[in-house]
Design a protein around this ligand. Structure first.
Ligand code: AMP
Length: 118
């Protein structure tokens, strides 16, 4: 079981932004931007490569709702999902990083410091 499954079950607390029956959005514990939200499905899906189009369709609407709730629909944001080892995925439960609140830098992502380029 991943740490995100424990958050879904309420065994570990989170700083919640929005929740419905199928998805949960909460603040990243180690933010890489002024606003850094993680958005996850409650069903166990390992990563983007494993997700079905049906779940993604509903997740897309939920992500858009979170962005609007935080005013990021107007100011802009970056949406990232790390997939697998080379993608830098650390928690093996599908999650999207929603980053905003400032103009975000963009750099080459193939070095060991890539997390600083969010
Ligand atoms: P990734 O590297 O894409 O798998 O991202 C995992 C993210 O989960 C990182 O940005 C972590 O800071 C974040 N994270 C890990 N544990 C927690 C937690 N308990 N609450 C909130 N965010 C977490």
């Amino acid at each position: 079981m991943t740490i995100f499954s424990k958050i879904i079950k309420g065994e570990i607390p989170c700083n919640k932004v929005l929740e419905n029956d199928e998805f949960l959005a909460f603040h990243d514990i180690n933010p890489k931007a002024p606003i850094h939200i993680l958005i996850i499905p409650k069903v166990e899906v390992q990563n983007f490569q494993q997700v079905t189009p049906e779940i993604m369709a509903k997740m897309t609407s939920f992500i858009q709702e979170v962005a609007t709730l935080l005013g990021l629909d107007e100011s802009g944001y970056r949406l990232i999902t790390n997939n697998g080892d080379n993608g830098g995925q650390e928690v093996m439960h599908l999650h999207f990083h929603l980053l905003g609140g400032a103009k975000l830098a963009w750099g080459h992502l193939a070095d060991s410091d890539s997390k600083n380029f969010f």
